[in-house]
Design a protein. Sequence first.
Length: 314
Amino acid sequence: MDPLSILAVISIAVVIDLLFGELPANVHPVVFIGKIIEIFKKLKEKYPRFNTRIAGAFLTIFLIILLSIIFAFIIWIFKFNNLLMIIISSILLSTTFSIKLLINSADNVKTDLNHDIDDARKSVSYLVSRDTSQLSYEKIISAVIETLTENITDSVVSPIFYTFILGVLGGIAYRVVNTLDAMIGYKNPKNINIGWFPAKLDDILNYIPARITGILIIMAAFILRLNWRNSYKIMYRDAKKTPSPNSGYPMAATAGALDIQLTKHGCYTLGDPINNLKSETISETIKLTKISIILFFILSVFLFSLFIILLINI
């Protein structure tokens, strides 16, 4: 696919996601990936010899190749008409990132929090891996802000970043790795071996996008007249405090911009508790997230268009 078509596909895919959100579960590629992972998880439980780093690497490579072949074949079917191919490619690409769902999920927790804390605990449990049954009001807000800002990288910046570089198949390859990391990449005895390869590969793939996201949040803080200087300061100071080499950058930048402290018990503390955590803080984070995503899209399109112009003039 030529660069202009890639640019069109990404732009249309973003519009599709913003207007319609996720595809139905029965046709969603990520759900399909999840089902294959579940089959493999049952296999390794039945046959412990499959619970190895080599098996994890095989599963990762197998899924990347399988999904790439499926996506490439679907796109190839519609190659007879360039417009139709772009539309189909856009629909497929829209499944690799999630802007609408990301923002709506955070907003839903805020709504629940304003009505019943138990409802909020249940809502946030779908977004984070920690036990939410006893989370306090402030800890729920912290958890929402952490997952929202971390997922600017995972659910938006990274998949689109790799699509710009490698086309639609780059976006799906990233989504495969990220889904594997989410499902089996946890550092516990059950998945420590099989999840090692996808977790490490996910760290590598997110290394640059996470730092781009941190910078975008600082820029968004400046536009929104938040504490952008402190955003940079806290990101520089606290970003490496998280177990992940990447997730700390957007989270710490957000903590600094809002003058708040984000805490995951026994794991990390980011920022300083200058302002109290309130439900309105979630709304401020959503605004920060939206501006960060808009900035990423504008800057990406500008740089990619510049690349196309230079390519044409060579």
